[in-house]
Design a protein around this ligand. Structure first.
Ligand code: CTP
Length: 394
């Protein structure tokens, strides 16, 4: 069963959302609720809480709640976020990327798909500003149900603006939860990019990874309907739409972020993790006129092996192997040593870093499959199709 996070904004139609909650609960879904300040003027936290049987959250700065749940975790744990009623105001704030209350901060932080059920006066719905906001949100990937034509709460007013009926909203929610691609309902964890290992506050050790392959995989998984957590080292490319991005610098931070993101249905470790770190100096190292400083390296944790051998091991763990010689033989050995199910091995002697293409060999317990030279996006799409087939989704 899914976790459907409801954001109730301030409109007359808010009372209808109680019926949406009741129907979702009947279907066995969890329904945590974020109630905006204006929303709480139309329905009470008490009635919402009684129906949802889950916390009703109202305040971004409620410290007790922040410690207990945290709006970021709330945003990430949802399979779908439903904004109903979606008022002109909350649509405007969403379109602008505001995070000035718990509702908008949660909407900004979520990687889950968003379904909005607009409800407002027809003049407000038809206003160019609202048209603009709705168009922008649709471009951002927000889905809409309604509004419908009909009589408005204001007596005598008719036109488009009435919120879709609860049954139709629940139907749209079920469609989104069920459909939407071969990886719908799955949580996919991807690491990407290089790591930076600090030498002192201004210097670090890095590598040439661009993050292109990992980001392409995260994007393809999200496009296939998965909830995606992308843990990325420092890169210059933008985060793909619809994924939850966790930015890290060092290998140790990456491991912590990966462990915090588990459980997952599959983990794909694309990051070029530094093998060593330096005990970073607290202040900038200075030339002293004497001998140059000696860097003492210590081994980093192996994130792939830690996850593949850990208690919270996802059912499918995928690693990459960047090699310059004996590519397949080394990948076979690496697959077993690190305990993963699949290794995508690539020959990096021919300048793969930052390039658009990749030639990979897929090493599994069943043998080796050689993929032709493909773009990184094509590699990502093939891998996602392969994972979906393994998970029985297509
Ligand atoms: N990896 C990891 N954590 C590390 C090192 C590597 O998670 N500390 C992962 C990478 O994300 C990749 C895989 O392990 O999926 C292989 O990385 P590679 O650098 O080829 O492996 P190494 O362990 O560094 O192997 P070696 O140096 O022996 O070639």
């Amino acid at each position: 069963m899914a976790r459907v996070l409801l954001v109730i904004a301030g409109g007359i139609a808010a009372y209808k959302v109680l019926e949406v909650i009741r129907r979702l609960r009947e279907r066995g879904h969890e329904t945590p609720v974020v109630l905006t300040e204006a929303g709480a003027r139309f329905v009470t936290p008490l009635s919402v809480g009684a129906l949802s049987n889950a916390p009703v959250l109202q305040d971004l700065f409620d410290l007790d709640r922040e410690r207990e749940i945290g709006h970021i975790r709330l945003a990430r744990s949802a399979d779908l976020v439903v904004v109903a009623p979606a008022t002109a105001d909350i649509l405007a704030r969403m379109a602008a990327g505001r995070a000035d209350d718990l509702a908008t901060a949660t909407l900004l932080a979520t990687g889950a798909p968003i379904l909005a059920a607009p409800a407002m006066n027809p003049h407000m719905w038809n206003h160019p500003a609202t048209r603009r906001n709705v168009d922008r949100l649709a471009e951002d990937g927000v889905h809409f149900i309604g509004p419908e034509a009909g009589e408005m709460a204001e007596r005598g007013e008719t036109g488009v603006g009435r919120m879709a009926e609860p049954a139709a909203i629940v139907e749209a929610i079920s469609r989104r939860l069920a459909g939407g691609g071969a990886l719908a309902g799955k949580h996919i964890l991807v690491t990407s990019g290089p790591t930076h290992e600090a030498i002192d506050p201004v210097r670090y050790i890095a590598n040439r990874s661009s993050g292109r392959q990992g980001h392409a995989i995260a994007e393809a998984a999200a496009a296939a309907g998965a909830r995606v957590t992308l843990v990325s080292g420092p890169v210059t490319i933008p985060a793909p739409p619809g994924v939850t991005l966790v930015k890290v610098e060092s290998a140790r931070q990456m491991l912590a972020a990966v462990e915090a993101a588990l459980p997952a249905d599959a983990a794909i470790m694309t990051a070029a993790v530094a093998d060593w770190h330096v005990e970073a100096a607290p202040h900038k190292l200075k030339k002293t006129g004497g001998a140059p400083p000696q860097l003492v390296l210590s081994e980093n944790p192996d994130i792939l092996a830690t996850v593949a051998k850990g208690a919270a091991r996802p059912p499918i763990v995928v690693g990459f192997a960047a090699e310059t010689e004996d590519v397949v033989a080394r990948a076979k050995e690496k697959r077993i040593r690190k305990g993963c199910d699949i290794i995508l091995a690539n020959d990096v002697s021919a300048g793969v870093f930052g390039a658009a293409h990749n030639t990979v060999h897929v090493v599994t317990a069943d043998g080796v499959e050689d993929w032709p030279r493909l773009t990184k996006r094509e590699v990502a799409e093939r891998l996602v199709a392969h994972l979906a087939a393994l998970m029985g989704g297509g």
